[in-house]
Design a protein around this ligand. Structure first.
Ligand SMILES: *Cc1c(COP(=O)(O)O)cnc(C)c1O
Length: 369
């Protein structure tokens, strides 16, 4: 038996008719781009969050790029974020000519250490970009207080936290805007690429809409501020609209697997990330920590089980970001975690016998270390 860390195939078998119907609906609608199905999804996604606007775009990286631009961030500005994240968080900042400024993460939950944010604020700081990593929200109240004190907007990176809650409120409803990815592996995934940025602010939404469409209003052929071509096509939007209705059940499925892993592995020396009080985790990835990480991955590979590392190379240590001037050792918790963390297979349709196989194999590998 081979078990992959993620697959959409079981889910596709269950949802095939609905997915095909979505494709058929759009193909027969006569509008493939910026049509009524895109608008339908945008409305549903905004409503789900209780926000005024959702603006679809081509991927999560560009949802951040468009979000930063809409918030007025540009060349030479600084954006505070973390290095323990998917590279695209940082790529997006780099892409608009802004400079990422990193703070470290907490040892227990792997999330942004908010207490380090205020000391790195300078007069060039234009935005704070927290990442609700792995499916759990960062501590928003103190971050909001710092942002308010310094008059800085927060753009939330919600690419891993669709449906996650923090003291009852959905991820993405805290900041001035929030960026989502619908890359297929994500908690809400398309059958291809997709992204969206949500906001309550009318002017920010108008800027987002123009920026994803060359800089034009949807209907006029006039550009004031040159933008991008970053549209979400209607086929993906209609698939996403249908899948959005199942988001809460996907999250429930992920939580059930997380509970099984935790119960079955509690007596091993694996270190589980702490779920903070007030957080409802959605387990985009199920990350654990162990000093013998590489041997564990090797051992499970021999048994046909593939594990993932999210992420093996902290962004500030990548050669592509050497220009930022971060020395090795500058973000000690991030760097230590990168050597020890790994993720177990996690997706809501992962069959139970496969979950059992992961658990048994992992227990055996740990015993024989
Ligand atoms: C996936 C991801 C992105 C980028 O999304 P894409 O759709 O792949 O461009 C950005 N930030 C985080 C934290 C992600 O996990």
């Amino acid at each position: 038996m081979t078990i992959r860390v993620w697959s959409y195939l079981e889910e596709y078998e269950k949802e095939r008719d609905d997915i095909h119907e979505a494709v058929e609906t759009v193909f027969r609608s006569g509008q493939l781009i910026l049509g009524e199905n895109l608008r339908g999804f945008e409305k549903a996604f905004a409503d789900y969050h209780g926000e005024e606007h959702a603006v679809g775009c081509d991927n999560g990286t560009n949802a951040i790029v468009l979000g930063l631009r809409a918030l007025g961030v540009g060349p030479g500005d600084e954006v505070i974020t973390v290095s323990n994240t998917a590279a695209p968080t940082v790529i997006a900042i780099d892409q608009i000519g802004a400079t990422p400024v990193f703070v470290d993460v907490h040892e227990e939950n792997f999330l942004m250490d908010v207490s380090q944010v205020e000391p790195v604020i300078t007069e060039r700081t234009k935005c704070i970009l927290p990442v609700h990593l792995y499916g759990q929200c960062i501590d928003m109240a103190p971050l909001q207080a710092i942002a308010d004190k310094h008059g800085l907007p927060i753009l939330e990176d919600c690419a891993q936290s669709h449906g996650a809650r923090h003291h009852g409120r959905l991820a993405g409803t805290f900041g001035k805007a929030a960026a989502f990815s619908f890359y297929p592996t994500k908690v809400l995934g398309a059958y291809g690429d997709g992204g969206a940025t949500i906001t309550n602010d009318d002017e920010t939404a108008a800027r987002l809409r123009r920026a994803r469409y060359y800089g034009m209003e949807d209907v006029y052929y006039v550009v004031e501020t040159p933008g991008h071509n970053s549209r979400l096509d209607d086929v993906q939007a209609e698939i996403l609209r249908r899948k959005l209705g199942r988001l809460d059940s996907y999250v429930e499925g992920r939580r059930a697997i997380a509970r099984r892993y935790e119960a079955a592995l509690a007596d091993t020396d694996l270190i589980f990330p702490r779920v903070e009080d007030g957080n409802e985790h959605v387990y985009y990835v199920y990350v654990v920590r162990h000093p013998e990480r590489d041997r564990i991955i090797e051992g499970l590979k021999e048994k046909g089980i593939s594990l993932n590392i999210s992420y093996p190379w902290p962004v500030h240590t990548m050669t592509g970001f050497a220009k930022l001037g971060y020395e090795v050792g500058s973000l000690p918790v991030t760097e230590a975690l990168a050597k020890q963390i790994f993720s177990l297979p996690m997706y809501p349709s992962l069959p139970q016998d496969r979950q059992d196989c992961v658990i048994e194999s992992l227990r055996e590998v740990l015993k024989n270390l």
